[in-house]
Design a protein. Sequence first.
Length: 318
Amino acid sequence: MAQCDECGSHENLPYQCRRCGGTFCAEHRLPENHDCPGLDEWNDPSGVFDSGFDGGVQSENERSGGLLDRLPGLGGSLTGTGGVLGYFRGNVAYLFLALMWITFALQLIVGALAGRAAMETLFVLRSDHLLYVWTWITSIFAHGGLYHIAGNSIVLYFFGPLVERYTGSKRFAALFLVSGVLAGLGFVGASIVLGSVGPTGVSVVGASGAIFAVLGVLTVLNPGLRIYLYFIIPIPLWLFTAGFAVISVLFFLSPQSASSVGQGNVAHLAHLIGLVIGLAYGKRIKQPRRVPDRLSFGGGRGPGGPGGPGGPGGPGRR
């Protein structure tokens, strides 16, 4: 017997929403009856509700769609379900994960063919080249090494879809990109103000600021979510997040201590900026909605998302 996430009634044959993953009774099984967070992204009346015989019929969503939908000749072919961009709806976390590895491969290719200077011009946010505005974005997906990108990838893979399911794909994308940009610029700006910029300047790469924002949101939504550190040790998510926050604060305040354990080249302030953004945003959007209490390998599809324990270690350089 399961409990309805909306009204709390017990059901022998509950319904599971395919958009948010929640469990509901017959009365609240439809997305519009449980305030499903995916409703604001539903934009496919022509593919589901319209028979196609009346080309003049348009829904309100189509008439008030985004810029891409209003371009002549495109209609909903890009962003609607079945459109090119529609395939990424609900999968932005995995899209960003793929972009991280594609960017990492491009770093290696450009570095090998054109040299390190060209690679940094394209992918590294530097204090002496702040007007290279493309690096505000590309530096989020670029990484400083295999362990760096692996750590960020594990956290994004397991936690990103949970946050995206709650917030919706558009808001998740905005959260990830905005927090990543602000974390990188905040770190570089603080380094300049504090006079910690060396003769060669200061630079930053990595998605850790955005990853910490994702962790912050999920920590607010469900601080008791059980994860498995190093795939073995069960701990609540709030402890996992708090531990990284404490470490980041200590290493930011004591660079010598960070250097002594091989963390001297890590942008710890960027971690903290991302975490603060995530905690604030999570507090703003939190609603009384069930978030999974456990992640584990195996099993079918359900509120637990893709399945799997919390990632080992956590974010890398940024």
